[in-house]
Design a binder for this molecule. Structure first.
Ligand code: AMP
Length: 118
């Protein structure tokens, strides 16, 4: 069984969080340490630890995450200016919380997609 993270507690509303959207499939809330003026996480209510753990049965919820992300981007007023949707996977991807989530980042020019090697 995958280990629950703090995101499961947020989904069940057991700890406080700034939830902007929730339905039976996904929960979206503001990142506690925002990297841009708009930084919202869209999380499947079902615990999927990483992108490696996605299975064919998850296709509906994964598609729904994008539909919800687009709706939130419009609500936040960043749809036209643009934004970035991002999923980190495991150590090299910089994943910190092992409950799959889609970052919505926007509200400023975000710069290069990845850090350049020095
Ligand atoms: P990642 O590195 O892709 O796993 O991103 C995890 C994100 O979760 C980071 O941007 C954190 O700031 C964010 N985060 C961690 N704990 C919380 C929390 N309790 N509420 C909201 N966001 C959180």
């Amino acid at each position: 069984m995958p280990t629950e993270t703090i995101f499961s507690k947020i989904i069940r509303r057991e700890i406080p969080s700034d939830i902007v959207y929730q339905d039976e499939q996904v929960t979206a809330f503001r990142d506690i340490n925002p990297q841009a003026p708009v930084h919202i996480l869209v999380v499947p209510n079902k615990l999927i630890p990483t992108a490696n753990d996605v299975v064919p049965e998850d296709e509906p919820v994964l598609g729904h995450m994008f539909v919800v992300a687009a709706r939130i981007a419009a609500q936040e007023g960043i749809a036209e200016s643009g934004y970035r949707l991002l999923v980190n996977c495991n150590r090299d991807g910089g994943q910190e919380v092992y409950h799959l989530h889609l970052h919505i980042l926007g509200g400023r020019r975000l710069g290069p997609m990845v850090m350049r090697q020095s």
